[in-house]
Design a protein. Structure first.
Length: 72
């Protein structure tokens, strides 16, 4: 596995007219959407739907990705 994660979770919810997708793992962290990774492409797609993508990925602490977009 690239991130050396042993666990991962994905939660998808519809909240107050928005679709919320939350994905997390306990891997090596250090993911950076600005670095031209697949996360940048994902951010572009979410933003094209008038949504937001947040990535929290401190080195050695895993990665959390949260996408929110309108959902009617």
């Amino acid at each position: 596995m690239y991130a050396r994660a042993s666990r991962a979770s994905v939660v998808i919810e519809r909240r107050e007219g928005r679709l919320v997708v939350h994905a997390a793992d306990d891997g090596s962290g250090g993911a950076d959407p600005a670095g031209g990774s697949g996360l940048r492409g994902l951010a572009d797609r979410v933003e094209s739907l008038e949504g937001t993508l947040r990535v929290l990925s401190p080195a050695g602490k895993g990665t959390t990705v949260r996408a929110e977009m309108p959902c009617v």
